[in-house]
Write a protein that binds this ligand. Structure first.
Ligand code: CA
Ligand code: CA
Ligand code: CA
Length: 133
């Protein structure tokens, strides 16, 4: 009985492993796009990884910072200002990631450190996605 269950579990694991490596990944949407460890939720590390890639993409002139123009309306003027404590009109990668972490917290009302599909679909979740990918 035990052996059968183990074999069943192994077969199941094999089936589960397939979609993850194929182009037809199980879920679509923002969670699936960001969920690199495939646990069904998005944590701050996953968001930061994607946000870092976005920062590099936005940073057209490669001077190590993004200005509000390079942000292309992804954040409001007010939020940009808040994220720029040294007021030099640009966000360094550190400033950018601090902003992203703050928005992650805002988007996580149950404070469990992860965002599920519902949290990402909220207003604050969407705001976070705009600076994440
Ligand atoms: Ca995850
Ligand atoms: Ca700055
Ligand atoms: Ca949460």
């Amino acid at each position: 009985m035990k052996k059968t269950m183990l074999l069943g579990a192994l077969a199941f694991a094999g089936v589960m492993a397939l979609p993850a490596t194929s182009a037809l990944a199980k879920a679509t949407g923002p969670v699936a796009a960001l969920d690199t460890d495939n646990d069904g939720t998005v944590d701050l590390n996953e968001v930061k990884k994607s946000a870092t890639e976005l920062f590099t993409r936005l940073e057209k002139d490669s001077d190590g910072t993004v200005d509000i123009k390079e942000m292309k309306g992804r954040v409001s003027k007010k939020d940009f200002k808040t994220a720029d404590p040294d007021n030099d009109g640009t966000l360094s990668k550190d400033e950018f990631l601090v902003m992203v972490a703050g928005m992650f917290k805002d988007a996580d009302p149950d404070s469990d450190g992860t965002l599920d599909a519902k949290e990402l679909a909220s207003k604050k979740g969407k705001a976070l996605l705009r600076v994440t990918r």
